[in-house]
Design a protein around this ligand. Structure first.
Ligand code: DX5
Ligand code: ZN
Length: 235
């Protein structure tokens, strides 16, 4: 069995979008103490998606509140215009939408040139073929499991075949690439996403809604994903 097909480490990436914006630094510390692996920042421009939550200065102001890697999910048109601002703000991983730029290949190389790690993402209506030509430039592909723009939407199981197909292509090409899913990831959906081949999980509203707290929520998601990986492996 090629090494590329071995299960990849499960990573839980809480979405800051679901946190209390009146105390973001404290929320970053809480998520860090609760066992998150990285922190997911949703950046929107009111055009690519109809929402406008936060910019680079806000992220920079929170950088010292956590030692965890910051990943920024840029839901903006022409991300190449502003991506350096997010790298300068302390984001180690920058994710851009294939649909948001004509020059996707150049945009990803600019992320790397700016000193960050590059990732690419696609909305539910975009096929895997749109990113095939850049898979060797990224360390992660994010398959959106909702139409981006808002937290609290329902998980689209229709994206699981795309995750599975992407995982197959990554293995065939022997690439070292994580697959992240974002949107509606909750205790009831994470096993199916894992079974399809995802190993990095963004979770916002489900995680913050857990009545037993953030630590329980993160641990629960990790346990379910790890169990699903073991099941998929045994299958
Ligand atoms: C949606 C964002 C997500 C969002 C996820 O456009 O990209 O990161 O915060 O939120 P939940 O987990 O509530 O679907
Ligand atoms: Zn996101």
């Amino acid at each position: 069995m090629p090494a590329a097909s071995a299960p990849r480490p499960v990573q839980i990436s809480p979405s800051i979008l679901a946190s209390d914006f009146s105390k973001l630094g404290e929320e970053c510390r809480r998520l860090t103490d609760a066992g998150a692996d990285r922190l997911h920042w949703d950046v929107m421009d009111g055009q690519f998606v109809p929402n406008l939550p936060l910019g680079p200065d806000v992220i920079a102001a929170c950088r010292n509140a956590s030692d965890l890697p910051f990943e920024v999910h840029l839901m903006v048109n022409t991300p190449e215009v502003l991506l350096r601002n997010y790298v300068d703000a302390g984001c180690e991983l920058v994710t851009v939408h294939a649909e948001s730029t004509v020059h996707l290949h150049r945009c990803l190389t600019e992320i790397t040139a700016a000193g960050a790690r590059a990732a690419v993402t696609i909305v539910p209506s975009t096929p895997i073929s749109a990113i095939e030509h850049v898979l060797d430039l990224v360390e992660m592909v994010l398959i959106m499991t909702v139409n981006p723009g808002f937290g609290g939407q329902s998980y689209l199981a229709s994206q699981e075949p795309k995750v599975a197909e992407l995982r197959r292509r990554i293995i065939v090409r022997g690439l070292d690439v994580d697959i992240e899913v974002d949107g509606g990831i909750a205790p009831g959906t994470i096993a199916a996403a894992t079974g399809a081949g995802a190993n990095v999980f963004v979770s916002g509203s489900a995680l913050f809604r857990d009545p037993l707290g953030l630590e329980h929520a993160i641990d629960d998601l990790r346990t379910r994903a790890t169990a699903a990986q073991a099941g998929a492996d045994a299958a």
